[in-house]
Design a protein. Structure first.
Length: 309
């Protein structure tokens, strides 16, 4: 599935190997998403004694379904083989659950690490509500990688020396963790929060795009889809169906398609009882062709994420 250059993947493997040689290496596993990864009775007893099981502050899951850190002995494993094994366990669709979350490294005590993860699962929304932040989910972590400011990344993950997860193309990525935390609690801005709430829709659109355009699946990145949906919202498209249709048009035609005069007039004409999907479905093929040609020929192009404007 991945189209990532081998050199980039090799660099990430080297970083993982380096971090694992100087810190303790763990696999972070969510057995509630994959029963094949549930601990046996003996493993569960050991994990409980060593404080490696992580409680969900919002759901009282039985111990065998709780998130856990699995220590890995570096001297006994081959890093590329370990990564290949974990990749092979991943589901084929973005919307399907995955028990494997990440390979992480840290020098702090395991009990401190597990308790840190537990604390970070709780976040206050901009509306003041106490919510679950599933940052351990690789699909959420991929969003956080481009949504968070450096200081926020540090506040969220600073006990870790490395956090490695698979992205939407099943390419191993390393989450940047700046080393100097600012003197402030971890919070999310309203814009960041809104982007995280789109995660389910983003995953759905990734799967849909793969089914429509399997040869260009890499173009449907979470960052690009999120930016397109933000642009749709800023143009007054608030229904999920309209935002999804807008994002798919952006993926197919080009990120800046909405700047074309045809699209500008259409967006300005939408009233309370009208739907973007209905209006764009009525556009003649000739106009769509002109929009597509114009978008390809502009200086903006399709190679960068869309800018919300």
């Amino acid at each position: 599935m991945s189209s990532e250059p081998a050199s980039s993947t090799d660099n990430t493997l080297q970083r993982l190997r380096l971090q694992a040689s100087t810190s303790r290496l763990y696999a972070l596993i969510d057995p509630s998403q994959d029963e094949r990864m549930q601990l046996s009775c003996d493993e569960l007893e050991l994990a409980t004694r060593q404080f490696r099981i992580i409680a969900n502050p919002f759901i009282d899951l039985p111990p065998w379904r709780r998130l856990y850190l699995k220590p890995l002995e570096v001297r006994d494993i081959d890093i590329p083989e370990l990564v290949a094994q974990q990749r092979s366990s991943l589901p084929s669709k973005r919307t399907e659950p995955s028990g494997f979350c990440a390979l992480v490294t840290s020098s702090v005590l395991t009990i401190s690490l597990s308790r840190w993860i537990e604390r970070q699962l709780t976040v206050t929304s901009p509306e003041g509500k106490t919510c679950l932040l599933r940052f351990f989910d690789p699909r959420v972590m991929e969003l956080l990688a481009f949504l968070l400011e450096p200081g926020q990344k540090t506040l969220l993950l600073h006990p870790f020396t490395g956090w490695f997860y698979f992205d939407h193309q099943q390419v191993l990525r390393e989450m940047e963790i700046p080393r100097e935390p600012p003197p402030a609690p971890f919070t999310l801005s309203p814009e960041q929060w809104a982007s995280l709430k789109r995660s389910g829709t983003i995953n759905h659109l990734i799967d849909k795009w793969r089914s429509l355009e399997p040869d260009s699946a890499a173009e449907a990145s979470p960052e690009r889809i999120n930016a397109l949906m933000r642009t749709a919202e800023r143009h007054g498209l608030h229904s999920p169906a309209d935002q999804q249709r807008f994002a798919l048009h952006g993926l197919h035609v080009g990120d800046d398609f909405h700047r074309h005069p045809f699209m500008q007039r259409l967006l300005e004409s939408i009233g309370p009882s009208q739907r973007y999907g209905d209006l764009t479905a009525a556009l003649p093929v000739a106009e769509w062709n002109e929009i597509s040609t114009w978008t390809r020929n502009t200086a903006h192009g399709q190679s960068r994420p869309a800018q919300a404007d």
